[in-house]
Design a protein around this ligand. Sequence first.
Ligand code: URA
Length: 254
Amino acid sequence: MSARQEAILRELNLHPLWRLREGHSAAHPAAEPVPSMPAQLVVAVERVAESAESHAVLENPAEAKAEKPSLADLGWPQLKDLVKNCTACKLRASCTQTVFGVGDEQADWLFVGEGPGEDEDAQGEPFVGHAGKLLDNMLAAIKLKRGDNVYIANIVKCRPPGNREPGADEIAQCLPYLAQQIKLIQPKLIVALGKTAAASLLGRDDALANLRGKPHDYHGIPLIITYHPAYLLRAPLEKAKAWQDFCLAVETIK
Ligand code: URA
C-alpha cells in the first residue's frame, strides 16, 4: 500500500484494518491476501483524496498550514468565528463566552475598553454593567449612542478571572483580533478607555495623566485617551477631565 493510501486510511480511522497480521509478510506467498477495498470504502477514500488540499492531514502538513488564510485577510464572519473558537490563552478556560464587540461595523467612533467583566461575560456584550451605563451616559452627552455610528470593543475578548487586569501574554494573543476589527471598521477616531487600552494601542506604558489631553496616533487614526468608566465610578471628581477628553474627541473628529 502506498504512503498516500495509508495516510487516507488513517484519516478514515481505518488504518489498523489494513495492517498485515504479525508473522505475515507482504512478500510471503503464503500470507493471507490483503482484502480488496469494499466499494463504499473506495468512494470514501476518493472523497478524502479529493479534499486532500483542504485537509491539514495528508502528505504535507506544512503545505496545508501555509494555505490557512492570514488574520489580516479575514472579513467579519470569519473573524467572529475565529474569536469565538479561540483558545490561544488561558482566559477562555475560565470565562463563559468570548465578547467580540458590538455596534456599527462602519462606525466613525470606536471605543476600546480593557476586557469583559462579570456582566459582559454573562451577556456577551461589552460595557453592559455599571461602567457600561456610565459609558452610555457619556456617549449621550456628546450625542452618540451605542450601535449608531459607534462601535465598542475591548483589548481582550475573554473575562480575566476575578476582573484582574489581563496579563501581557493574554493581551499579546488577543490584540491582533482588535487590530483586524479596526482594519475592518476604519473608524475616524478611537477612544481608549483606561490605561490598559491606552498602553496596548500605543504600544508603550505611561501614566494616564500624561497621555490624556492630546490626540495620539494609531496607524494613522487619531487616538484619544481617557479614564476608564469604572475608575470614574470610584473617582467621580475625575469626570470633569473625562468630559474634557470627550470634547477633545469631538473637536478631533470634525
Ligand atoms: N470594562 C471593560 O473594560 N470592558 C467591558 O466590556 C466592561 C467593563
